[in-house]
Design a protein around this ligand. Sequence first.
Ligand code: NI
Length: 197
Amino acid sequence: MTTRVTTGGQVLPITRWGTPVMHGRTRPVTEFDETLQSLVDDMFATMYAAEGVGLAATQVGVDLAVFVFDCPDDDQVRHSGVVCNPVVELPEGKERHLETIDEGCLSLPGAYIELARPDFAVCRGQDALGEPVEVQGTGLLARCLQHETDHLNGTVFGDRLSGRARKKLYALHQDLADCYPDDWPVSPRSAELDDED
Ligand code: NI
């Protein structure tokens, strides 16, 4: 990938589920300019501060179709980059294998629950300079590409759960909610929780 991955961005508060920007379709990226690069820098800084593997623009309150990722694949090889205007292609028929593992979201911090998703995904879009980009993902990266593209279509992974599973997920989050300040990860998680990790 030719994507320029820079550091030095500003850590921003992560938007939570229930905030309108998280539940609507985003605007396509049409200007691949300094403003976009600055947003991408801030998104990387925020993702790393939160120790996440992916972050969508809606998670920093911006309704623009771009996500960043830094995520291991099935061989534990890390892949990082930017995808603007992502479209995910999933295997069909015999090629389609579902994997059920715990999934979480930085916008509902602390809670994880099992969700079945295809174990392979191809994500196509543009990088931060507007050049075509294609990311092929296995393992956690396959899940990440699907999860982040969902975000930009206004879908959170809770929308893909049964009512019962969603209720359990919210209960898990509620148990830990006090440990995440409103502006997390600008302010860190509370220390008591870290001791329990
Ligand atoms: Ni998420």
